[in-house]
Design a protein around this ligand. Structure first.
Ligand code: NAD
Length: 246
């Protein structure tokens, strides 16, 4: 199993899958995060690479195939929130912000799928899970107005469905998760903002609080497992009721 992202949700997926006996290869652009997770989890293999570029994405897949002896499962979790690059509401967002977010979220997901499909199509078996967001289809204008981010996640949902349709007859399943606000390093700003925490009490009514990375990992583990052998093209919301709250 190849997991992108050695922090937050990606790290939770790696921990859970190793616990269940899977062989896991992790890739992140941040080499310290890869090293820390490998230090914590003996048996984990991995490397550092920038997945927004073809060279890094290809190296990630080649490295995983070499370390694991093949590739059955790809879990695309790596991504970023682009506020610091200039993402924001459209009238204020910069083109550089748009590009950074599209590159690191949508382009990296596309490239990883493209390279992983090689071995999967040859063996006529594979499962891919991509990471979208509730913000792609259920916005929260007052608190999460990063419009390039929402667009990048919408692109990931659309890519997921198009690929699911195209590769179903080849034995490759493609699904996505759409998390709500999850307590990870990415959402530190939101976790420390009392107004956002008050908002979550209404918007994520199951708990009234941020979700845990393990909540998303559990959904991903289901989608890549044989329990989901009849499931493809779905976007599974893991968000405490975000899109039905109100
Ligand atoms: N945390 C949330 O509230 C939340 C909500 C909805 C969706 N998501 C999505 O979940 C995914 C994981 O986020 P997280 O919360 O675990 O965040 P995180 O910041 O803890 O982890 C994301 C990791 O992706 C890596 N990364 C980013 N761009 C990369 C690239 N081009 N190449 C290689 N690695 C790269 C980062 O270095 C980081 O370690 C992201 O796609 C994010 O958009 C998160």
């Amino acid at each position: 199993m190849l997991v992108t992202g050695a922090s937050g949700i990606g790290a939770a997926v790696a921990r859970r899958c190793l616990d269940e006996g899977a062989r896991v290869f992790v890739v992140d652009r941040d080499d310290e995060r890869v090293a820390d997770l490998r230090g914590e989890l003996p048996g984990l293999s991995g490397l550092a690479a920038d997945l927004a570029g073809e060279v890094g994405a290809e190296a990630a897949v080649t490295g995983a195939v070499g370390a694991l002896g093949g590739l059955d499962v790809l879990v695309n979790v790596a991504g970023l929130s682009g506020r610091r690059f200039g993402d924001g509401p459209v009238h204020e967002a910069t083109a550089a912000g748009w590009d950074a977010v599209m590159d690191n979220n949508a382009r990296s997901t596309f490239l990883m799928c493209r390279f992983a499909l090689g071995p999967m199509l040859r063996q006529r078996r594979g499962a891919i899970v991509n990471t979208g967001s509730v913000l792609a289809y259920a916005p929260a204008a007052a608190h999460f107005a990063t419009h390039a981010y929402a667009a990048s996640k919408g692109a990931i949902h659309a890519l997921t469905k198009s690929m699911a349709a195209a590769y179903a007859r080849d034995g490759v399943r493609v699904n996505a998760v759409a998390p709500g606000l999850i307590a990870t390093p990415m959402s530190e700003r939101a976790q420390g903002d009392p107004e956002i925490l008050a908002y979550l009490r209404e918007r994520q009514p199951l708990t009234g609080a941020p979700g845990a990375p393990e909540d998303v990992a559990a959904a991903i583990v289901y989608l890549v497992s044989d329990e989901a052998r009849f499931v493809t093209g779905s976007v599974l919301e893991v968000a405490g009721g975000w899109s039905v709250a109100g």
